[in-house]
Ligand binder design. Structure first.
Ligand code: FAD
Ligand code: NAI
Length: 467
């Protein structure tokens, strides 16, 4: 291997490995460095994030369907049983398969892979610290080191009784009572997994609503749906301490605004109050890479304050999502290669993979009001959608927000089965600066759930036909 590179990428998550692929495609001599103990590529997303969580969400959703929905559909089974060991194994198999896929893609695109911790030693120099120490020279260094859990003082993680999302992907048995601290994406996805498998789940959320950045109406309806499924919520509350007993944990919980504390007894605790940028040991100060107060690397079109050093993905600003990191990676490399790399952050979709799913793109009603933008709303409930009714999956609705004067679509928000697939249509329309009428006059196959998107778009101009 040569140690003279056009691009050295530190971190092999969706930001880093997609940047590496694009760099290989564009003929840049590229290396990627990854420090994960397991020596697997793919970052948080493939190893302990998107992929294992979706493997458990999929399996546990089918388990609950078999338990609660099959009979009504005329399907008889023998006594239903849970083989948790196999469920965890199929999750690990998914991770193995996909991380090996990334290894293959590195080879295919002639990217050199170094295992160890990357440290920027000086401008244009990256040290690989680990079993086989090296020093690499690079015209460009791309930091793609991702994020890590934000700790909660007084609630120490041991990955056994008190876990991060990583521990919650591998509980060896179903906890009787799981308390989730944080009613955000991780809390609701992994809380759903363990509730479906038999745990009593209580979510403690600091703010007065779950998924606080989502459209308010969507968040309210979603909370009602999750409550109906048996999830319990303590909103406007904060956990102030945890006492670990032999097999139990006693949590002190107080109103967020202060007041009398109460104790909640549980068997396990999941801390999911957000993630913070991961920049430990990178040597940022040595080359003058500036971070903001919260530790995020500051960038201008992916360029950091240090010449020849770039940053992408969770470690810099913007939504902490795998597809955002991927798009950052592609655009950053295209800029390095002298092309016109660009990411439209207004059209980055966000999906919560629960049952039903929640999907969102663009502005919420709250943001439009705050910005003083005049808008129109079209809505359509899945209760009136023929496919949803036929499948007995009628929870949720579609909401489209469009500019009152120009009809340009400004946002879309969906609670409903397969919302994550349906949002892609609106993302495309928004990418082309399309109008709600473009969706309303586009032929949608019948019977599909996506007809609800069309009916909601018709609603913007007041001509919803099927409700
Ligand atoms: P990461 O994926 O975090 O990768 C960074 C890599 O850099 C890591 O492998 C790390 O080991 C390595 N690294 C760090 N420092 C160094 C160093 N000094 N030297 C060498 N290597 C280093 N997003 C979605 O879009 N959809 C989902 O469904 C989803 N589910 C999630 C579920 C969970 C439980 C979690 C925790 C996250 C989830 N996310 C999801 C978020 C998603 O995982 C991240 O947004 C994404 O992984 C960010 O990609 P990245 O490349 O910026 O960083
Ligand atoms: P989050 O930001 O989604 O939610 C954290 C929640 O915790 C918020 O509702 C916040 O108000 C609350 N909170 C903060 N401090 C608290 C406290 N002391 N007590 C109680 N509640 C408190 O963060 P989360 O769920 O940890 O996820 C981290 C990141 O990972 C997110 O940014 C998300 O984008 C990404 N992710 C994405 C997924 C997806 O796309 N499906 C799945 C899982 C994670």
């Amino acid at each position: 291997m040569s140690d003279q590179y056009d691009v050295v990428i530190i971190g092999a998550g969706p930001g880093g490995y997609n940047a590496a692929i694009r760099a290989g495609q564009l003929g840049l001599k590229t290396a990627i460095i990854e420090k994960r103990d397991t020596k697997k590529l793919g970052g948080t997303c493939l190893n302990v994030g998107c992929i294992p969580s979706k493997a458990l969400l999929h399996a546990s959703e089918l388990y609950e369907k078999a338990e609660k929905q099959f009979e009504a559909l005329g399907i008889k089974t023998g006594k239903l049983g849970l083989d948790l060991g196999q469920m965890l194994k199929q999750k690990d198999d998914a991770v193995d398969g996909l991380t090996k896929g990334v290894e293959f893609l590195m080879k295919k695109n002639k990217v050199d892979v170094y295992m160890g911790a990357g440290e920027i030693a000086a401008p244009g120099k990256v040290r690989v610290v680990g079993d086989a120490p090296q020093e690499l020279s690079a015209k460009n260094i791309v930091i793609a080191t991702g994020s890590e859990l934000t700790p909660l003082p007084g609630v120490e993680i041991d990955e056994a009784q008190i876990v991060s999302s990583t521990g919650a992907l591998s509980f060896p048995s179903v906890p009787k009572h799981l308390v989730v601290i944080g009613g955000g994406v991780i809390g609701l996805e992994l809380g759903s997994v363990w509730r479906r498998l038999g745990a009593e789940v209580t979510v403690v959320e600091f703010l007065d609503k779950i998924l606080p950045t989502m459209d308010g109406e969507i968040s309210k309806q979603f909370e009602r749906i999750l409550k109906k499924q048996g999830m319990a919520f303590k909103l406007s509350s904060k956990v102030t301490g945890a006492e670990k007993l032999k097999t139990k944990v006693k949590l002190s919980v107080e109103p967020a605004s202060g007041g009398d504390a109460e104790t909640i007894d549980c068997d396990a605790v999941l801390v999911a109050i957000g993630r913070r940028p991961h920049t430990d040991g990178l040597g940022l100060k040595a080359v003058g890479v500036k971070t903001d107060k919260r530790g995020f690397i500051e960038t201008d079109h992916f360029k950091t304050s240090a010449e020849g050093v770039w940053a992408i993905g969770d470690v810099t600003h913007g939504p902490m999502l795998a597809h955002k990191a991927e798009d950052d990676g592609v655009a950053c490399i295209e800029l390095i290669a002298g092309k016109a790399g660009h990411v439209n952050y207004d059209t980055v979709p966000s999906v919560v993979y629960t049952y039903p799913e929640v999907a969102s793109v663009g502005k919420t009603e709250e943001l439009l009001k705050e910005a003083g933008i005049d808008y129109k709303v079209g809505k359509f409930p899945f209760m009136a959608n023929s496919r949803a009714k036929t499948n007995h999956e009628t929870d949720g609705f579609v909401k489209i927000l469009a500019d009152a004067k120009t009809d340009r679509v400004l946002g879309a928000h969906i609670v409903g089965v397969e919302a994550g697939e349906m949002i892609a249509e609106v993302v495309s329309v928004m990418e082309f600066s399309g109008a709600s009428e473009d969706i309303a006059r586009t032929c949608h196959a019948h019977p599909t759930r996506s007809e609800a998107v069309r009916q909601a778009a018709m609603g913007v101009e007041g001509w919803t036909m099927q409700a």
